[in-house]
Design a protein around this ligand. Structure first.
Ligand SMILES: Cc1ncc(COP(=O)(O)O)c(C=O)c1O
Length: 386
């Protein structure tokens, strides 16, 4: 039986040619495609700087280090995200604090964060990691205002939202990760994401200090820059100036990223069309769709519906060749975090988890396949007489 997944990459002939041509050149890693990809990505997003790294998790880890996270740091994030958004703080020895989501957006609730900050002395928390969950652009201007009151930094997890935007107070469109409000933002190029490279990630920022730290940390903490060396023994000379990693993204994958980026706008347009079709088709079914899906800046990495009979519908779709997914099991419920912090309750996150289901959403989803997904869901409700 053909399986329709919830997300899928699209590789064109041009993508293949882009990779093959790197194979025929001199560099497999750390060649000219890295900077080219970074520059193109920065201009797509509207940030000043971009740093390509090996995946989204590495992007979070390096950003946390560059923002100064260390033992004793306390950082706030949403429980409805992929585990990496929280884990990056643990990698640096810091502690992660969850706040509940806003049920209207399924993203970190700014009011819950404000209440948490008000109940502690200033300086208790160092940073906030809002997540543009499913592709909905969080109002980063509002978070900036709050974070600034408490001298905190913001790391925006924009893995789901390259090309997504929110409207600022002055009416302007502000792209996710453009560095206007957050200190840094991160993206992933995992196959189901908007730009698929197999593995890959990007950090965007407008802060030159963060940018320079990231460049150093990405490649073993080593520099060859004559202006940064403490001495210079000759043209071969390099220095390891901090404890860095090998989190580099190879030329091969950057070439694929450049080619994918050329189609990113087109993919975004198709995702928004698919969302429109779903919204229309489900309007008379007992299916909840977050109001955030109506925002024109939504980037629709995922299309999430919420239903009472979630398990039955998941199983029914699976029996009919449709592989839906659950995004996400709340991170504070993961055994690692329960062992670390004990049982915690975030009622909106938990209520959301009980009902959420991500149904197929990707630019190469054919209109026949989308119609089949819709008809299968309609059929489920007919059979179940809900
Ligand atoms: C919200 C979010 N943050 C972080 C990551 C981590 O990205 P990667 O899988 O590239 O390490 C992902 C990807 O799965 C994600 O969806």
């Amino acid at each position: 039986m053909k399986i329709i997944p919830y997300g899928k990459q699209y590789i064109s002939e041009l993508d293949i040619q882009a990779v093959v041509s790197v194979l025929q050149e001199d560099f497999l890693t750390q060649g000219p495609k890295v900077k080219e990809f970074e520059d193109k990505f920065a201009s797509y997003i509207g940030s000043q700087y971009a740093v390509a790294v090996s995946n989204g998790t590495a992007a979070l880890h390096l950003s946390a280090l560059a923002l100064g996270v260390r033992e004793g740091s306390r950082v706030i994030t949403s429980p409805i995200t992929f585990t990496s958004s929280a884990n990056c703080i643990r990698f640096c020895g810091g502690s992660i604090e969850f706040c509940d989501i806003d049920p209207n957006t399924n993203c970190l609730d700014i009011n819950a964060v404000r209440t948490k900050l008000e109940s502690a002395t200033k300086g208790t928390y160092q940073g906030i990691i809002p997540v543009d969950f499913a592709g909905y652009a969080v109002d980063m201007e509002a978070f900036r205002k709050l974070a600034s009151e408490y001298d905190m930094w913001i790391l925006e997890d924009s893995c789901h939202a390259p090309g997504g935007f929110f409207n600022a107070q002055d009416g302007s469109q502000q792209n996710c990760g453009n560095g206007m409000f957050a200190d840094a933002a991160i993206f992933s190029f995992h196959p189901v994401k908007h730009i698929a490279c197999g593995e890959g990630g990007m950090i965007t920022t407008n802060d030159p200090n963060i940018y320079n730290k990231l460049l150093l940390l990405r490649s073993h903490g080593i520099t060859k820059d004559p202006n940064a060396l403490t001495k210079n023994d000759g043209a071969w000379y390099y220095e390891m100036q901090s404890l860095g990693y090998n989190y580099r993204m190879p030329d091969l994958l950057c070439a694929l990223g450049i080619s994918q980026l050329d189609r990113a706008q087109e993919g975004l347009k198709i995702r928004r069309e698919i969302a429109k079709n779903y919204l229309k088709a489900f309007s008379s079914l007992p299916v909840t769709i977050s109001k955030s899906s109506l925002h024109p800046g939504h980037a629709f990495h995922l299309f999430v519906i919420q239903v009472d009979e979630r398990k039955a519908l998941y199983d029914y779709l699976k029996e009919n060749g449709i592989s839906a997914q659950i995004h996400y099991i709340p991170v504070h419920k993961q055994p690692y975090y329960v062992e670390l912090y004990g049982e915690q309750v975030f009622k909106h996150a938990e209520a959301y988890y009980e009902r959420c289901l991500s149904i197929p959403m990707y630019p190469s989803l054919s209109s026949n396949d989308q119609t089949y997904v819709i008809e299968t869901i309609v059929q489920f409700y007919k059979q179940n007489h809900v």
